[in-house]
Design a protein around this ligand. Sequence first.
Ligand code: SF4
Length: 382
Amino acid sequence: MMPPAVVPDAAWLQNPRQAAACRRRLLAWYGEHKRDLPWRRSDDPYAVWLSEVMLQQTRVATARSYYERFLQRFPTIFDLAVAAEGEVLKAWEGLGYYSRAQNLQRAARVVVADHDGKLPDTYAGLLALPGIGPYTAAAISSIVFDRPHPALDGNVMRVLCRLLRLEGDPRRTPARVQMIRAGEALMPKTGTGDLNQALIELGARVCLPTRPRCAECPVTNWCRARAELDDPSVLPMRPRRKERPHLQVTAGIIRRAGKLLIAQRPPGGMLAGLWEFPGGKQEPEESLAECLRREIMEELGIIIDVEEEIACVDHEFTHLSITLHAFAARYRSGRTRAIACSAFEWIDVGRLHDYAIPRADHLVLEALTAGGASLHDFINRE
Ligand code: SF4
């Protein structure tokens, strides 16, 4: 069946023949153009699940190397379930959004304890697991179990908003309902995972956020935004972002008799469970050195001598950005206690790579060791 010469309105998706023609075109394009990605070669539900979690907020090229290393380290859901959380965070180190790794392990433990190690094969069953939301449940249930649930990630929402010319905020219910209906109308009887992946691939490679390549698009003849707007990239509507706060934060590279002090972040908050150079946020009217002394007393109960600032790095999180000022510091007195952290350790510098530490602290280490300086020499100086 030929596509319509002019897209009449969003009702074309309710016409099964038009929906089938659009689906055929989309799937044919996907079959020809899909990237050869390691998780697409696997039918192991655990591996597909891992890839979907890693790909949230992460580029394909980055996720790829982490995916392969993670599977070497934890080849099965049972390996992941019994691992220490520190090992899992270490394997995730640098990927960011660490609660994804913690939830993945929590869910693995539930699957092992309650489902004999087998991932539930329904959308509802998957949704009941920690850290699995509507997108991930739809993606896994379609790719692995051939269930007909549209997987609405950012790429798919962009494609559908343009195809249907949806002008509401795609994250709100009215637009979401229309996108789910559209996804269901396009869904084949079998091979539902391919349909979801075809839409994801189209959004990632053709229907780009600012410069959609409409001339190369397999569904251009069904696209209302292309037919009716001068610039399809005005869709989806983007709610205005709130200004992100910017914080000044201090950290101490604190030494004592050749050992380095690190602290573990408390559960529940940002970067929970990771190890860091201790410190915290500057208060109004406080110098950076005063901030660091106060934070170390509040967090670990010890008095330190703050020396020179040795690194200053900028880092961005989703909801805030920071400038991290790292100072050399020396232990002076007091008994080290985990007051406002989960744990602390005085370690030999050589053991630092055994701990998962946040990206900003890695940047501090890079700045500190630039030009051939050694952290070992630094910690052992007088
Ligand atoms: S025609 Fe253009 S705007 Fe429409 S789905 Fe294709 S790439 Fe996106």
